[in-house]
Write a protein that binds this ligand. Sequence first.
Ligand code: EPU
Length: 432
Amino acid sequence: MTKYIVRGGKPLFGEVEISGAKNAAVAIIPAALLVDGVCRIENIPQISDVTLFLTILEELGANIRTINRHAVEIDCRHIHSTRTSYDLAHRIRASYYLIGALLGRFGKADVTMPGGCNFGVRPIDQHIKGFTAMGASVEVEGGYIHANAQGGRLKGANIYMDVVSVGATMNVMMAAVLAEGNTVIENAAKEPHIVDLANFLNSVGASIRGAGTDTIKIQGVERLRGGSYAIIPDQIEAGTYMAAVAATGGQILVKNIIPKHMDCITAKLVEMGATVEEREDTLLVRRTERLHRTNIKTLPYPGFPTDMQPQITAVLSLAEGTSLVTESVWNNRYRYVDELKRMGAHIQVDDKTAVVEGVEKLTGAPVQASDLRAGAALVIAALAAQGESEIGCVQYIERGYEDIVGKLRALGADIRSVEVSSDEDGLETRIS
Ligand code: EPU
């Protein structure tokens, strides 16, 4: 078991290089299954979700060649199975993309029900609605989703999404690129990773228009050929480092980002009193005075991202005044609040709203991450807190942040990763 030990209270200074976007990578890697050729994918983040996906593709018959730490070649010309093994696929939420990709290319898919971060009910009815509209039968049995296209190939359809869903938009887009005829997705999500997936698919021969707006039009083609593509930088990883310096004070240069993607986060940090200077593909973020309160409501892009909600709440817990945070995407994304309270935060959660009464200081404490972004929020709070914190369940954090310990240490943070063993009574010993 790995834990992070953080001695907080030090401002951050220096530069941080942002990795490729996790939520684009976990769609583009399975989308390679649609391609009858070799795809070279660059700027892949080194995170455990990506490693798992590459292993799943290999099991299905893909040939994966590692070019370097951030680039692979995926050859899906000789896929021999459309059924994922239970053990691997149920560990990741985004395994649902395997349904759209396998169904689109081979007309059938047997994929484990998705797992992943636990913050309440995470339905996939809109994905299924899309596949069904394109002529697939979809059944759930024995922990698996079985999808079969009538006649072996999906047919284009007009699909109106009842909720704005990132996953359903991308999944239906994947299923539609090789379908017979045209597909229109209305009320589509507009996140940067949706545009990235469309750009990747178009670069290998798909015909997708309108990604990034709420209407996406896809003209089915017969075959996708190989190609080379670089994934966009991770908006949420960048936002997390921006939030970290806002909490600790100091000045950092956040490198390799697309500033436009950061506007929704930058605007809020500036409102709170941080300074953010944009320079081509970098942002210089500075915080000198105590931050002040603000209100935040999470919304689909271009609104404030739900995946930054825990991190910004950690920052607001130290701002002057009382802030209101409203989560409007997920039902239950405040599990980390009890952990922040252990560190001295004053936060009351009432249904979807957290009332955050800023305190002068937080104090280090033993805390547990309950999901990826919850873990990031605890790291931020621990960096700003006086004294030592011990953060457990960091495997959640490592699902989505490449080398977070190394990157923070390069910014001057006192954080290290330790291996801990526990005996039958739960008594823990640090072994490294
Ligand atoms: N929803 C439905 N039916 C569906 C699909 C979604 O009702 O069929 C609802 C959900 O319950 C939720 C809302 O629609 O209330 C939005 O869900 P969405 O489908 O957009 O989420 P997702 O695709 O499962 C992705 C990211 C999440 C991120 C959300 C929202 C991936 C792998 N995951 O999830 O990222 O929170 O979009 O932006 O792309 C993270 O990175 O920490 C993370 C959880």
